[in-house]
Write a protein that binds this ligand. Structure first.
Ligand code: TYD
Ligand code: MG
Length: 471
């Protein structure tokens, strides 16, 4: 080892995206954030990382012995992941069917949205589940933000049976890993990753370098010991806090809390999942006794007026593997502005502009002097194109001030040439609508099942013109 390799190196890291550069600049070249670059001291390179550097272990269930050797894919026996149900069905759903051994799950969301609450409830449920297998005390909850007394108070408020649940108030990663090495928990919860620090770095907890290094150590630990690790991260969808993108790459599963803080509904969405369907939604309601599962989300998002109202329509959306009925609303109003407003809440802003252009070009209906507002009721965010037809109908209904039938459900993608395109899982969506008592549906022609769907009058449409005539 030469003297030069032992010299402490320093590096400049962007606090918002984690990009590294050898010199400081006022603006990050990667993400364009201003004033986000700070200097971090890296530890001198004295010992090579296991596996030759990088986080090879994060790529799957690679154990120490597997690293570095070449295998033929054909000769590797596929290993079915071992899953344990958490005891909270909606959480298991977003995880893809339970906790996977050796996986790392990041749970992100705005402060105060319910991350700690969900994980404490999950810990108690897992502990109760594991207790049957005489595995008592194998859940460890590391709290870096709240004192054990606060956690205990919360558990009491939630009416949880603490059972064999273990608590650790610690923020030094070396101390935490020393404890886990002795205790060997099956499930480890870190609340939150932004409070952890490693002695090897001098920067403050929560900075990109600390978050990255401590998370990397935890990922390595999870893979080597087959422990399920949950990381809480205070990160918003916009990535307002340190290191979110860095973390997303390192972990197996990323869950985000969605929902307006004003409403009681909390949606947990899987935005990345190596062990399950992406975009899967878990639905909860925040009550005075913690998060309650909502196993029939269609029912809560459909609390509508008793009278038909213009500008409202029911969409059958499908997030992940479950169809769901949501209400889409639109308000079209004479605009006082030279540039009328187009606002989409819970929907894609760009698609709204596109739909209005299609409506003008292929439907002959112009809204140049109208403000157009659209919204999905209940704080749900719909990302799929199947919402197009519902948005169009809601806009038309509001524009003409004519209410649509209360028992009508729609879905379908609208193409730029005015065609109505099929969307995945049509029959599944239609059955969901029938199940909730809907009597009519306007859907893309190719989505209609041969035998029809019992109790539902289905109107297939091929073009925008047909769709407009249908209502
Ligand atoms: P918390 O889990 O502490 O949020 P996070 O860890 O994501 O920052 O959630 C706290 C919020 O939830 C707080 O605003 C109070 C509310 N809450 C309830 O409404 N009922 C409850 O039983 C609990 C424990 C919290
Ligand atoms: Mg918290």
């Amino acid at each position: 080892m030469t003297a030069t390799t032992k010299k402490a190196r320093s590096l400049y890291v962007c606090n918002s995206c984690g990009a590294q550069s050898p010199k400081w600049s006022g603006r990050c070249a990667d993400c364009g954030a201003w004033n986000s670059i700070e200097q971090v001291a890296m530890p001198p390179k004295t010992t090579p990382r296991p596996g030759g550097g990088g986080y090879a272990g994060a790529a799957g269930h690679a154990s120490r012995a597997d690293l570095g050797a070449i295998h033929r894919l054909a000769e590797i026996a596929p290993e079915q992941e071992v899953r344990t149900p958490s005891g909270i069905a909606e959480l298991d759903r977003v995880l893809g069917g339970g906790l996977v051994q050796g996986s790392v799950v990041l749970i992100g969301g705005d402060p105060g949205i319910g991350k700690s609450t969900l994980l404490l409830q999950a810990c108690a449920a897992i502990d109760a589940n594991l207790a049957f297998a005489s595995d008592k005390g194998s859940v460890l909850y590391v709290t870096g933000e709240e004192s054990p007394q606060q956690v205990s108070l919360r558990a009491q408020r939630l009416g949880l049976k603490p059972g064999g649940l273990n608590l650790l108030a610690e923020t030094c990663i070396e101390q935490i890993l020393a404890t886990t090495a002795a205790e060997a928990p099956r499930v480890l919860v870190i609340d939150s990753i932004q409070t952890l620090y490693t002695d090897a770095l001098t920067s403050a907890p929560g900075s990109v370098s600390q978050v990255r290094e401590t998370a990397a150590q935890l990922v390595r630990y999870a893979k080597l010991t087959d422990t399920t690790v949950f990381l809480v991260g205070h990160v918003t969808k916009e990535g307002a806090l340190a290191g979110p993108r860095v973390l997303e790459h390192m972990v197996d599963t990323v869950l985000y809390f969605e929902g307006e803080s004003g409403s009681a509904h909390r949606l947990v969405r899987a935005v990345k999942n190596r062990f399950g369907a992406v975009n899967e939604l878990g639905v909860f309601a925040m009550t005075d006794r913690g998060l309650r599962q909502v196993s029939n989300p269609s029912a809560i998002f459909l609390s509508r007026h008793s009278e038909p109202a213009p500008g409202s329509i029911v969409l059958v959306t499908r997030e992940g593997t479950r169809p769901m009925l949501v209400e889409v609303q639109a308000l079209v109003d004479q605009s006082p502005l030279a540039n009328p407003r187009r606002l989409a809440v819970g929907l894609e802003q760009n698609r709204l502009a596109m739909l209005l252009a299609v409506l003008h070009r292929h439907g002959g209906i112009a809204m140049f002097d109208q403000d157009v507002f659209t919204n999905v009721v209940g704080g749900v965010r719909v990302t799929e194109t199947a919402a197009d037809l519902a948005v169009l109908f809601a806009i038309l209904s509001s524009f003409r001030d004519k209410a649509l039938p209360m028992d009508l459900a729609v879905f379908g993608e609208v193409g730029l040439s005015g065609e109505i395109r099929p969307v995945p899982n049509g029959p599944d969506r239609l059955r969901e609508a029938a199940k909730h008592g809907f009597k009519q549906a306007v859907v893309p022609k190719a989505n209609v099942p041969k035998g029809g769907v019992g109790g539902l009058k289905i109107q297939p449409v091929l073009t925008l013109r047909e769709a407009i005539d249908a209502v």
